[in-house]
Design a protein around this ligand. Sequence first.
Ligand code: UT7
Length: 327
Amino acid sequence: MKAAITAIGGYVPEYVLTNTELETMVETNDEWITSRTGIKERRILKPEEGMGASYLALKAVEAMKKEYGVRVDDVDMVILASVTPDMPVAITSAYIAQEIGAKHAYAYDLQAACSSFLYAVSTAAAFIESKKYKKVLVVGSDVMSSIVDYEDRTTCILFGDGCGVALMEPNEDDLGVQDEILRTDAVGRNFLKMDAGGSFLPPSHETIDAKQHYIRQEGQSVFRFAVSNMADTSAEILEKNGLTGDDVAYLVPHQANLRIIDATARRMGLSEDKVLINIQRYGNTTSATIPLCLWDYRHQFKKGDNLVFAAFGGGFTWGAMWVKWAI
Ligand code: UT7
């Protein structure tokens, strides 16, 4: 028995932050952003619209219910993948479970930086395959604008807010999650991080003054690790399962940088038409990139299609997953 995605949903907030608007905020320009990253605009959750990762999650669940006519009040497990949950300590997934009416669901939040959604799907699949839980809602939701310094041109151009959700259930026809390679390496601890706000450096007036509550990265180093690791595991998952680029219908990559995605696709021997991209519209939405891509391209998939999900993020965390589309 396999664990398959049986419905998908997505939501991005209304406010569109364009490269042109960013030009008025920091020393940057549309040409630099587009050529270095592929991003043209990103969505930002403004307080006038709503607050928190849970707001986006509930919107995405509504979209999923409308599209697929599924019930969610009977899910028995909710996993929130996020680096920006509503708040520390009181888990956001429990609130999401309550608001969708899943009275008997067991819930927890999972954090693996930009690989969070991949890790969450892996966890959900393991619970389903072990027959412990039957209907799992996996949520990838991030409000990156809550931890971005809009005076730092090296990060503020990259990130956006958004959410994608996936319902996962048992599948007896060999569809769903087939295999995965997930990795971590703490060499990344200093390259991509938010210095303050955790137990290592609790928040204080000093940390706020030093703007240590914002996400920072050493772009070039992260870029090098991302290119080699994401491409390596994506190629490795094909080799391990005796597949070639011809067998793959689509690569569903984490959307951090178009150049990282291109390098991964090249290593896998994939033509351009097999690579799903929406980075130009949303930027890097961290835990939401892969499910938002599935949501945007859902009408293109056929039952049985071989998809490869691939991600890379802080920590470092990375991995690739082979999924047979089941909808
Ligand atoms: O999802 C989590 C994982 N994260 C990633 O995968 C991100 C990986 N890194 C990257 O995507 C890229 O490194 C960036 C897009 C962040 C940066 O691109 P880059 O080609 O590595 O640029 P760079 O950092 O080497 O900067 C080149 C130049 C520098 O100027 P000098 O020193 O050459 O004079 C920067 O100061 O570009 C400058 N620069 C900018 N210029 C205009 C940096 N940011 C900007 C900007 N606009 N926004």
